[in-house]
Design a protein around this ligand. Structure first.
Ligand code: PSU
Ligand code: MN
Length: 308
């Protein structure tokens, strides 16, 4: 009989059993969000960053229909290099499993699977959100509704400026998803340090995030995800003028080429990477590595809190 359960990587399995810190990582940024051949190299650097900060990385993806929590290097290589890797949101997981597909998990799918595996902290680059024109297209990332029912802490640099950031924040509020700035009260815009919106809450340390997670557990009030918004320092962001130009071009090309649905995010990211001649890629990589480091420090603090 086919086994549809997920496979835990050996190291992840051991760490979870021992209550040691684990950080979930997504594979869509590897397969669809970053250009080859940098993607594989970056995926390995993300994992190394988590390790250096004292946690075990668990990159999640689907290989030949098998969900894996903690891809090994051969599996990571496969998802980074093989053609035809599907982009999997939560609704796609069972179909992809039953048909034996290779697939990369989005923030939504990674959050859901990580939670099922008992992992409480997840690092990514930027969250999906409400697309511009959503009032007509209804295009809102499943990342939002999934986080409404999935109690995981997601460290990200806000949502990409390709989205309607204000509408995304409104939806997060409606859906009951917590949002805290890391050492800031301004919501970051991924490539940009500041997307132009205030936040109600900020936290100053990994220990404080761990305390938030512990308080939620103690309250026992049903809650969803917690977004830890970690902005790039201003001197590391993408040049705002270059950003605005590239975004305007990208949105026009999207319309010209009739790109819709789940292809929108990868299309715009690829446009940024080529139009900025790698500048956005370098920024993107910095964002992910910084988030991986912070997520690992949160996981370390949370494991310490849980064992005391
Ligand atoms: N942010 C990035 N790079 C990405 C994504 C987000 O910087 O590749 C991916 C994530 O996996 C996210 C997905 O969950 O895009 C959102 O896609 P959509 O808008 O189709 O839901
Ligand atoms: Mn969409």
């Amino acid at each position: 009989m086919t086994n549809f359960h997920f496979r835990l990587g050996t190291e992840v399995d051991e760490a979870l059993r021992a209550g040691r810190p684990v950080v979930a990582l997504e594979s869509t940024i590897v397969s669809h969000g970053l250009p080859r051949p940098d993607n594989l190299h970056v995926a390995r650097r993300i994992e190394a960053t988590v390790r250096e900060a004292g946690a075990v990385p668990a990159t999640i993806g689907m290989v030949g229909g098998r969900l894996v929590v903690g891809l090994d290097d051969a599996e990571l290589t496969r998802l980074a290099t093989v053609d035809g890797v599907a982009k999997l949101s939560v609704r796609d997981l069972a179909v992809a499993a039953a048909t034996g597909a290779d697939g990369a998990t989005t923030v939504a799918a990674t959050s859901a699977v990580a939670t099922a595996a008992g992992i409480g902290v997840f690092a990514t680059g930027g969250l999906g959100g409400v697309h511009r024109e959503a009032a007509q297209t209804f295009d809102e990332s499943a990342d939002l509704v999934t986080l409404a029912r999935t109690p995981i802490a997601v460290v990200c640099a806000g949502v990409k400026s390709i989205l309607d950031v204000g509408a995304t924040l409104e939806r997060l509020e409606t859906l009951g998803v917590g949002v805290v700035g890391y050492r800031t009260r301004r919501f970051p815009g991924f490539y940009l340090t500041d997307a132009g919106f205030d936040l109600d809450w900020s936290v100053d340390s990994p220990e404080q995030v761990a305390a938030v997670l512990a308080a939620r557990r103690q309250h026992g009030v049903q809650s969803g995800g917690l977004i830890v918004a970690n902005p790039l320092p201003v001197d590391e962001q993408l040049d705002p003028a270059l950003h605005d130009r590239t975004l305007a071009e990208g949105l026009a090309l999207l319309e010209r080429d009739g790109v819709t649905g789940k292809a929108v995010t990868p299309y715009l990211l690829a446009h940024f990477h080529s139009a900025t001649e790698g500048a956005s890629l370098a920024v993107n990589v910095r964002i992910i590595l910084r988030n991986a480091d912070l997520a690992a420090r949160i996981a370390v603090a949370a494991a310490r809190t849980a064992s005391t």
